[in-house]
Design a protein around this ligand. Structure first.
Ligand code: LLP
Length: 386
């Protein structure tokens, strides 16, 4: 049961580690280019927050996408990977002065501004450098997405964005500032969204807003609808490449773009999720009173999603073909939440078996921590094993 994994080559490689199926990543990128390319004026940015492994970033940059960053560190990582500065957008509710200055120095494409005080600071810092910052306003569209409460971002009570009511005032103020140029509107309603109806709801809201602005003779250069397209965590092999055709078609059908306007996307999870797996080994099989535990050498420090969001990651025993048994799969961290899955059916486990936690390419390696003084997991590309 080794599936797509070259486990004979894993010998001697310290576990846990991330394994990236780069052929799948390249196929995914080609599909995105093909499907988005069907509509003129569609432009895709990769959300660096999902995975900033330099080798992964290099492959994504080769595909021609821009980069969506949420910190100075991400801007640096994107520039280092070769993303052109004029394809970098920078969002985030709490931009520090040095981060804004970094963006200004590199003349990035756009700052996605989330509050009035932030706009004022950008104007001041741009003035000090004798520059004009291109800004888009992140509007909170008050659209709920059918996803986990921790990763929905478009509702009114969220910390993100400027409310629809405040928008007029902010645009008015921006028009009087000399060192900012208002070029776009930005939205993002949440992540891991599989119901296209949620994106339709966003399109309707954007259309209403555009109509309102149009009455004031305002037509922005671009609309940015964020990311959010989900993946199939239950069946990573069945639909390894998300349905980008349906995704882009939804926006094409429902969002009324004005002539000359471009539509920007910030996709993270759907780009990298299925190509990555966390590879770990069984340390001990422990018999409890009512259940048995497979204790593995990866923990919540390597993949925090199950502990943080009760997220499901499919697990496979790559070393065993024996009849399946039921295990609680747990890590070595001193926290009761360090559990990858309860009552998981795995081919009978033995010490040393390789276990793959699938669909871990997004928000996996990048969210790793050094808690318990653990070493960060290394990420390897498939071609490093040939
Ligand atoms: N744009 C903005 C403004 C965002 O906040 C996000 C994600 C994206 C784009 C990319 O969204 P995606 O296409 O990946 O859904 N750590 C969580 C996910 C947090 C998402 C944060 N924002 C997880 O592991 O599920």
């Amino acid at each position: 049961m080794k599936g797509i994994f070259p486990i004979d080559k894993f010998k001697g490689v310290t576990t846990p580690f991330y394994y990236y199926d780069t052929a799948l990543l390249r196929d995914t990128l080609a599909t995105i280019n093909e499907e988005a390319g069907k509509y003129k004026n569609f432009s895709v940015h990769y959300a660096v927050k999902a995975n900033a492994n330099p080798k992964v970033l290099a492959i994504i940059r080769e595909s021609g996408m821009g980069a969506d960053c949420v910190s100075g560190g991400e801007i640096r990582a994107a520039l280092k990977a070769g993303f052109p500065a004029d394809k970098i957008v920078y969002a985030g509710v709490g931009k520090s002065d040095w981060e804004i200055e970094l963006g200004l120095e590199h003349d990035i494409f756009c700052f996605n501004v989330e509050s009035l005080p932030e706009l004022e600071v950008i104007n001041e810092l741009a003035a000090a450098k004798g520059k004009v910052a291109r800004v888009a306003f992140r509007i909170n569209p008050n659209v709920g997405a059918h996803t986990h409460a921790n990763i929905t971002t478009g509702l009114a009570e969220n910390k993100f964005g400027i409310s629809m009511e405040e928008m007029d005032g902010v645009i008015e103020l921006a028009s009087r500032m000399e060192h900012v140029k208002f070029v776009g509107l930005h939205f993002h309603i949440g992540s891991q969204i599989l119901d296209m109806g949620d994106f339709v709801a966003l399109c309707n809201r954007v259309n209403e807003l555009q109509e309102k602005l149009f009455q004031r003779h305002i037509i922005v250069e671009h609309i940015n609808v964020g990311g959010g397209l989900g993946v199939d965590y239950e069946h990573p092999n069945r639909q390894a490449i998300p349905d980008f055709a349906a995704y882009f078609e939804t926006y094409h059908k429902h969002l009324n773009l004005r002539p000359q306007q471009t539509l920007h996307f910030e996709l993270g999870r759907s780009v990298v999720c299925q190509c990555g797996s966390l590879i770990t080994r069984v340390l001990y099989v422990k018999q409890g009173t009512h259940k048995q535990f497979a204790i593995v050498d990866a923990g919540m420090t390597d993949l925090i999603r199950p502990a943080l969001y009760q997220a499901y990651h499919k697990m496979e025993n790559l070393s065993s073909d024996e009849t399946a048994e039921t295990y609680d799969v747990v890590g070595p961290i001193c926290e009761s939440s360090d559990v990858f899955g309860k009552a998981v059916d795995l081919n009978r486990c033995h010490r040393g078996d390789y276990i793959a936690l699938r669909s871990a390419g997004a928000y996996g390696e990048i969210m790793a921590s050094g808690y318990n003084c653990r070493t960060l997991p290394v990420g390897y590309m498939a071609e490093e094993f040939v």
